[in-house]
Design a protein around this ligand. Structure first.
Ligand SMILES: [Zn+2]
Length: 229
């Protein structure tokens, strides 16, 4: 899944010819002089590597991302392909900033803690609560633990509960349809979680319902554990 993160206004053909060297890629790709401190209220993208001057980014990591995507001159491409190529570079760049799960980890649904902790999502194990999943007459109970993938069945139905500054979030896998009845956070806020793992990130209360691709409604609730005896 490719995220749309291009700022397309910087990718339009400029009226003037490039005459300044971009220090990111060392090519003549800029109309404005990056060292004069002026003209940077509007970002300008280097016509070679696409680095947007005026937007705070790591220059070395951008260069590496551009090279990893083939190092082609961005403005040699027609506008539409240019935007697509820019998105490809920007995605590669985003990946270099965060810990991304490996294919093996995704296959096993077992992850390094950084997957969640890099976004400040707190790990909590609370034995006074439990997570209850109900669907189609089936009821399963799980320990209340955040940042942990809970698999419902083998067809790719899994989810995780996370806490972002005390706000409970449901991260639902691609098995679930995007649900408008639940609020959704901005996907890009959790780039590594959204890219291949979770279809939606929802702000939830103690109980929520979400529809699977099998058209069955799954209820996920957080319940207080009853102490018996
Ligand atoms: Zn450049």
């Amino acid at each position: 899944m490719e995220l749309q993160i291009g700022r397309y206004c910087t990718l339009k053909d400029p009226e003037q010819k490039a005459q300044y060297v971009c220090s990111v890629c060392s090519n003549v790709g800029l109309v404005s002089n990056p060292s004069d401190g002026k003209n940077w209220h509007n970002a300008e993208a280097c016509q070679w590597c696409g680095f947007e001057w005026g937007i705070k980014r790591d220059e070395k990591k951008w260069y590496d991302a551009w090279m990893a995507c083939g190092g082609e001159r961005l403005f040699d491409k027609p506008y539409k392909e240019r935007c697509e190529y820019f998105n490809q570079i920007a995605n590669q760049y985003m990946r270099s900033l965060v810990y991304m799960p490996t294919k093996e980890e995704i296959a096993k649904l077992s992850f390094d803690d950084r997957l969640f902790s890099q976004y400040g999502l707190e790990h909590i194990l609370d034995r006074s609560k439990r997570i209850v999943v109900e669907y189609n007459g089936v009821r399963t109970e799980h320990e209340f633990e955040t940042n942990k993938v809970i698999k419902i069945h083998e067809d790719g139905a899994f989810f995780a509960i996370c806490l972002d500054h005390g706000m409970p979030l449901l991260l639902a896998s691609y098995f679930f349809s995007w649900d408008r009845s639940l609020s959704e956070r901005v996907r890009i806020a959790y780039f590594a979680l959204n890219s291949e793992l979770f279809e939606g990130v929802y702000v939830i209360g103690d109980r929520c319902q979400i529809r699977g691709k099998d058209n069955i409604v799954y209820t996920i609730s957080i319940e207080k554990k009853h102490i018996s005896g």
